[in-house]
Design a protein around this ligand. Structure first.
Ligand code: CP
Length: 310
């Protein structure tokens, strides 16, 4: 593999555009012929270290590793010696003593994946599977892969990102990745208390704008990504009730009629049906939500191969 090397994958901001495009191209290649890479990382060890709940991310890293022939071990905070007071550093060093090739970390505190990357031996690759509100870079990869498959070149994508943007690590990583790759426009939409701060907005650049009304934001869009309210990361902010939220900010079939005729719908999951998205949209013909999950497997297979072979 003749590509720029990457030791860890903790934030898309630490990758070059060439590395990100190489990862996306490799993910597409694997999606086209997954059996071509079966067992290509045979005998290597992947450890999933999860301090927060997960269905998609943990399972897809596990399946990705196993499809590539890796040995896969799972450690969750619940049921491990974390419950007896062991620190993150001691848990990581315990795992490192068993010579893993790759450690995938999910943690509620921002910056923990980078912290472990700094502690890691040269032979160990650290992947961030979500750290607080900071980053969820493998989710951003699979979202970009899904958007490019559906809409082609990034330069033609007009994306609405709606919901709780302020507390979403998916939003942070996806906005960073998509603007790096030249997306035409990202329209952020949601209640004021869920919008990015003015300071943060200024950092995001001229292709990112804020809309107050979902009806206005979807006009002419060719992709809509809905995000759930990150209740576990919110304190001291008023959260609207589910019915009120759905009426004002929930994506419904009528919004798709206002958007472009080929507008597609994404959601990283887990969804709260009847809150940020109606079932008729989530399960409808424009929904790419299941394809995102499938692409998550290929994007993570690509990531494991890229880290370990480049
Ligand atoms: N999208 C996502 O991170 O889902 P999980 O929390 O189920 O992993």
């Amino acid at each position: 593999m003749n590509q720029p090397a990457l030791q860890h994958f903790t934030d898309v901001a630490e990758c070059t555009p060439e590395q990100l495009l190489a990862l996306l191209d490799l993910a597409d290649q694997i999606a086209a012929d997954p059996e071509a890479v079966t067992n290509s990382l045979s005998g290597r060890l992947l450890v999933n270290l999860f301090y927060e709940p997960s269905t998609r991310t943990r399972l897809s890293f596990e399946v990705a590793g196993k499809r590539l022939g890796m040995l896969v071990a799972n450690v969750s905070a619940t049921g491990s010696s974390v419950e007896k007071g062991e620190t993150l550093d001691d848990t990581f060093h315990t795992i490192q003593a068993m010579a893993p090739d790759c450690v995938v970390l999910r943690h509620p505190d921002p910056g923990t994946a980078k912290h472990l990357a700094n502690l890691a031996a040269d032979s160990v690759h650290v992947i961030n599977a979500g750290d607080g509100i900071a980053a969820h870079p493998s989710q951003a990869l699979l979202d970009a892969m899904t958007l490019r498959q559906a809409l082609g070149d990034f330069a033609g994508i007009r994306l609405v990102m709606a919901g709780d943007i302020r507390h979403s690590r998916v939003a942070r990583s996806s906005i960073r990745l998509l603007t790096t790759l030249g997306v035409e426009e990202i329209r952020i939409c949601g209640p004021r208390q869920f919008q990015p701060t003015a300071e943060r907005l200024a950092e995001l650049g001229p292709r990112v704008s804020v809309f107050e009304q979902l009806e206005d934001a979807v006009d002419g869009a060719n992709a809509i990504m809905m995000l759930r309210i990150q209740k576990e990361r919110i304190s001291g902010i008023e959260i609207p009730g589910a019915d009120e939220y759905h009426q004002r900010w929930g994506l419904r079939a009528e919004h798709l009629e206002m958007a472009g005729p080929n507008c597609v719908v994404l959601h990283p999951g887990p969804m709260n049906r009847g809150v940020e998205i109606a079932s008729e949209v989530a399960d409808g013909p424009r929904s790419l939500i299941r394809r995102q999950v499938r692409n998550g497997l290929y994007a993570r297979m690509a990531l494991l191969k890229y880290l370990m072979e480049s």
